[in-house]
Design a protein around this ligand. Structure first.
Ligand SMILES: [Fe+2]
Length: 361
């Protein structure tokens, strides 16, 4: 008798045959998560699945031994890579055989163009290199449930490679309006020094940039909170994976009507994703500006879902006006005193007074 196939998740079934750890948690420390030999990539790895990952995305950690390289790959899912530690290079081949190489280090960001053949190299002879990839393999594998179609497909997408400068750390600035300015590229050498643009409406004197990477549907953006500040709370659908880049701090999360907050403390190496429509608010407790990268499915150019369109339009608009943000004057009165206490624990003074006075508190 054949086995009854019922409530099948083709993605989860497949990753459990890969022979590497599958770690599931609310948030994960990617620098310390255990990796094991991964035959398919000729490296080490672990799947790292966070609670708010949504239906479309996963993340995995890849570790390449000193002087080592991965087996060449190509696939019909999109992949955005953030470098956690180490130095190396990646070579991407176009269908015409042209090769594009770039060198990365900790806090680099890059995307692998759809179905282009690529290979990663660790250029250090001493230190392992550790990367984290966010991919839409869950979406693609659950749609086709045929891995061969995804990793052995001859179709090429030359339009996804973009301009040669996109592999050189250069790109194109596409001005929109605060909070929606875009930088189109395939590779950002160092997120910690990348220029951001003021975005008053999200609060705290913060700034941001939206990325368009390898003309993909995967979204990435980066935001910064100055020292002594926190952003306004807001909510949206699942799958915005948050990777802190500089500084440290914490986030509070709650569903509408909850009495208590969930707290998640973060720094470079952490990942978590606010679950579906859970309010969340980010707080900087470090003596330097705190930056974080967020990677999701559905971007400003190709939002893919109605929810992402609403998120990108309403993320800095008050819930009282049909948007998704809680203005400072409407926030839970416990939030500000918690922050004052937390930031002083780190020997710093809150610098929110001007921001809150401007908001009418
Ligand atoms: Fe958010």
């Amino acid at each position: 008798m054949t086995e009854t196939r019922f409530l099948v998740d083709s993605y989860l079934e497949w990753i459990n045959t890969e022979g590497i750890p599958v770690v599931e948690d609310f948030g994960i420390d990617l620098l310390s998560v255990e990796v094991k030999p991964w035959a398919r990539l000729e490296a080490q790895g672990a799947y790292t699945l966070v609670k708010g990952r949504g239906d479309f995305l996963d993340t995995y950690v890849l570790e390449i031994r000193p002087g080592g390289s991965t087996a060449p790959q190509k696939h019909l899912f999109e992949e955005v890579v953030y470098v956690l530690d180490g130095r190396g290079s990646t070579t991407v081949e176009s269908s015409s055989g042209q090769s594009h190489s770039f060198e990365w280090g900790a806090k680099s960001l890059f995307a692998l163009p759809l179905n282009a053949r690529y290979r990663h190299y660790n250029t250090s002879g001493q230190k392992p290199a550790r990367l984290v990839s966010t991919t839409n393999l869950p979406m693609v594998l659950n749609a086709f449930h045929n891995l061969d179609f995804i990793v052995n497909n001859p179709l090429s997408f030359p339009e996804r490679l973009g301009e040669e400068k996109f592999f050189k750390g250069d790109g194109e600035f596409i001005p929109m309006r605060p909070g929606r300015h875009m930088w189109e590229t395939n590779f950002v050498p160092d997120l910690s020094t990348f220029k951001l643009h003021e975005w008053k409406e999200r609060g705290g004197g913060g700034s941001n940039i939206m990325f368009v990477l390898a003309d993909g549907t995967m979204h990435a953006h980066m935001s910064e909170m100055p020292v002594g500040t926190y952003k306004k709370g807001h909510r949206h659908g699942a799958d915005f994976h948050i990777f802190p880049v500089t500084g440290h701090g914490y986030s509070l999360l709650w569903h509408e009507g909850d009495h208590d907050f969930i707290r998640f403390d973060w720094r470079h190496g952490s990942v978590y994703a606010p679950p579906d429509m859970m309010f969340h608010q980010h707080f900087n407790t470090s003596p330097e500006p705190a930056r974080y990268l967020a990677v999701a499915f559905g971007g400003l150019r190709y939002p893919f879902s109605e929810d992402k369109k609403r998120t990108f339009l309403g993320m800095d608009v008050s819930v009282k006006e049909g948007g998704r943000q809680i203005e400072y004057e409407d926030q839970d009165p416990r939030i500000h005193p918690i922050y004052e206490q937390e930031v002083r624990k780190h020997g710093l003074e809150p610098r929110m007074d001007k921001v809150l006075v401007a908001a009418g508190r």
